[in-house]
Design a protein around this ligand. Structure first.
Ligand SMILES: Cc1ncc(COP(=O)(O)O)c(C=O)c1O
Length: 379
């Protein structure tokens, strides 16, 4: 690689070519930004798949108590949290890696297993972070075509195409079940056969960020498969059904050697004491998680039915969000913002006619439907 010219005036040129080629991830618009930019108040945010019911009250109390100890470094090995997770999943603590959100675990996997001579596989319309972490390492990103708009799972992962895609240098294969932004899910027998048939030199990263919602639609989770498939890595988060997106905590379950590799690059103290305390308490209150997830799933079906009645095409979802075809999505997004409703445009995913709408509380969903109805009728 040639040395960048004029690096004093433009030090950004010193970044690696791989990093310079990346388009940054665009998160959902924060409420404070909409207030600042548009001067609107009473805002409903349905843009980042958060849990509108929030975390368990016991998680809130545990986090408030943990703040008193904020001057101490957290337990870098997350001993108590790993013990709780090990019990919850009936798995050895050595199989667990904790992360600053599951996003960090995706990054740690890429840092540990990829480099410029490698490749990794992901699907068209997959979670945007996968190609980002792959390309940041200089590895080649092999993107497989997704299902078509008329498939039973429109825009979903095509496992047959993904099985054909790896080359001799493939080290990671990313699968989200259910997938974000599509909400689509995979048949568990086919997924398990895919993992069993994956190349010996590649790990299958199964991202189960929305598993608590998917379980209510009858989807299996991959944890029982770990014992038979040392090439499987499961990534989970406390950001969604557990309602802890703001404190940033997730974890990976894998063969202990994979966990060991990730722990070598994991930043020291990457998960705060507040997040660890919140996660332990949230995990212990499964009744709260289940009640919140049930309510969100019931609302998801109500909103999907209402949108279909308005003539919109809605992709089936096992998550806490819906991918909805609205026509001129950029202008519908803008009109919704002016009405104080933030949803997520997905043109960056090459879906310029769709919006992704997170499911909120019933009155928030009503607000969305009220604002969206005239826009859909006019489309
Ligand atoms: C499929 C998927 N994986 C991972 C993440 C990252 O979540 P977090 O870093 O908050 O755990 C998200 C967040 O939207 C997601 O949708």
């Amino acid at each position: 690689m040639s040395a960048p010219r004029d690096s004093r005036a433009h030090p950004g040129r010193l970044a690696s070519a791989a990093v310079r080629s990346l388009a940054p991830y665009v998160p959902g618009k924060p409420i404070s930004e909409l207030e600042r930019e548009y001067g609107v108040s009473d805002i409903v945010k349905l843009a980042s798949n958060e849990n509108p019911h929030g975390p368990s009250p016991s998680a809130l109390s545990a986090m408030r108590a943990a703040v008193d100890e904020c001057w101490l470094y957290p337990d870098g090995s997350a001993h108590e949290l790993k013990r709780a997770l090990a019990r919850h999943h009936n798995i050895a603590p050595e199989c667990i890696t904790v992360g600053n959100g599951s996003n960090e675990l995706l990054l740690l996997l890429a840092e540990s297993f990829l480099g410029p001579a490698c490749s990794a596989v992901c699907s068209q319309y997959c979670f945007a972070i996968y190609p980002l972490v792959i390309r940041a390492t200089g590895a080649r990103c092999i993107e497989t075509p997704a299902g078509g708009e008329r498939d039973a799972m429109p825009y979903g992962h095509d496992l047959a195409a993904m099985a054909r895609a790896p080359d001799a240098n493939t080290r990671l294969i990313f699968i989200a079940n259910p997938n974000n932004p599509t909400g689509t899910w995979l048949d568990s027998a086919r997924l398990r056969s895919f993992i069993a048939a994956a190349p010996a030199d590649a790990l299958v990263v199964l991202d189960e960020a929305y598993v608590e919602y998917a379980a209510l639609s009858g989807c299996d989770n991959g944890v029982p498969w770990l014992a038979d498939h040392p090439n499987l890595v499961i990534v989970r988060t406390f950001s969604k059904a557990y309602g802890l997106a703001g404190v940033r905590i997730g974890y990976a379950l894998s063969h202990p050697e994979v966990a060991d590799a990730m722990n070598r690059v994991r930043p020291a103290f990457n998960v705060s004491n507040v997040a660890q305390a919140g996660a332990i308490a949230a995990l212990a209150d499964q009744a709260h998680v289940l009640a919140a997830a049930r309510s969100v799933v019931a609302e998801r079906e109500r909103v999907a039915t209402a949108l279909r009645a308005l003539g919109a095409s809605v992709v089936p979802s096992a998550g806490n969000f819906l991918l909805v075809e609205v026509g001129a999505a950029a202008s519908v997004y803008e009109r919704l913002l002016r009405g104080g409703v933030i949803v997520r445009p997905v043109a960056g995913y090459r879906l310029p006619r769709h919006l992704r709408i997170s499911i909120g509380l019933p009155q928030q969903n009503d607000r969305l439907l009220e604002q969206l109805a005239p826009l859909l009728r006019a489309a």
